[in-house]
Design a protein around this ligand. Structure first.
Ligand code: SF4
Length: 262
């Protein structure tokens, strides 16, 4: 009898601790029955995974969400990565009509004015394209790390994503940033030039700043908002609601993200 996706996710989660990141990716390809997609933000964690996928010719689709507001350094890294590995990173863009409506409604930098506006912007530029990036996929690879932020600390290596109906795997979940940096340096893996300027977690340019000594890794993301409300909506619970810093429970009464687009 074929295992259900939740059963397979639980099995893989148990096996992942004893495997290397490459073996974890290989296990996803071998065991998940259907397309496996890796969504990269081109951050250092994701560059390590892209390196493993491209260098080992794994049949995993590599896609990125081009919000239109990325740093020039990120676009340069995107090009450099494609040139190094001779592979294309597939771009997902916001829907033109929805983007025009968003900007005309709340202004080009409306995300600074109100949390709802910021969520609207992430919804149009990231969450909706992510839904299309994962459409038809049976497996989703991400570069999440356990120690990135409080709300990621009790996630699993592998889990069934009930909202999207797929298996979500985090193959470098137990790796530290330092270990990843050593890996990329030793392997000649291209990384974003901004990392050397204390931009540890890099997203859209207007919503990312360098962190100061002693600040948590993700403190430079949406820094003007209350700390517990800072996730972008890409990682959601089984009901499709965004994970928050309060042990992954969704935010009650969060109208803008009551249900994320599938
Ligand atoms: S991170 Fe900022 S610019 Fe990017 S989609 Fe979200 S609100 Fe918009």
């Amino acid at each position: 009898m074929t295992a259900t996706l939740p059963d397979l996710a639980a099995t893989l989660n148990g096996e992942f601790a004893g495997l290397t990141p490459l073996e974890r990716l290989q296990a996803m390809v071998a065991r998940v029955d259907g397309p496996v997609v890796f969504t990269t933000s081109l951050g250092i964690e994701d560059q390590m995974i892209t390196h493993l996928i491209f260098s080992n010719d794994l049949p995993i689709q590599v896609k990125t969400l081009d919000t239109g507001r990325l740093f020039p350094e990120t676009y340069a890294l995107w090009r450099e990565t494609e040139e190094k590995y001779g592979r294309r990173i597939r771009a997902m863009y916001p829907q033109a009509e929805a983007l025009e409506e968003l900007v005309n409604d709340q202004g080009i930098d409306g995300f600074y004015y109100a949390p709802e506006f910021r969520k609207n912007c992430c919804g149009v530029r990231k969450v909706e394209p992510l839904g299309r990036a994962l459409a038809g996929a049976a497996g989703w690879i991400t570069g999440l790390r356990r120690d990135q932020s409080a709300n990621r600390s009790d996630m699993d290596y592998v889990a069934f994503d009930g909202a999207r109906g797929l298996i979500k795997a985090n193959p470098i979940f137990d790796w530290t940033r330092e270990r990843i940096a050593s890996f990329t340096a030793a392997g000649g893996v291209p990384v974003n030039a901004l990392h050397a300027q204390n931009f540890l977690s890099i997203g859209c340019a207007p919503c990312t700043r360098a962190i100061r000594p002693g600040e948590p890794e993700r403190a430079g993301r949406w820094w003007w908002e209350e700390e517990t409300k800072r996730e972008c909506g890409l990682h959601v619970d089984d009901d499709g609601r965004p994970m928050r810093a309060d042990n992954n429970r969704p935010a009650e009464g969060d109208a803008a993200f009551e249900r994320l687009p599938q």
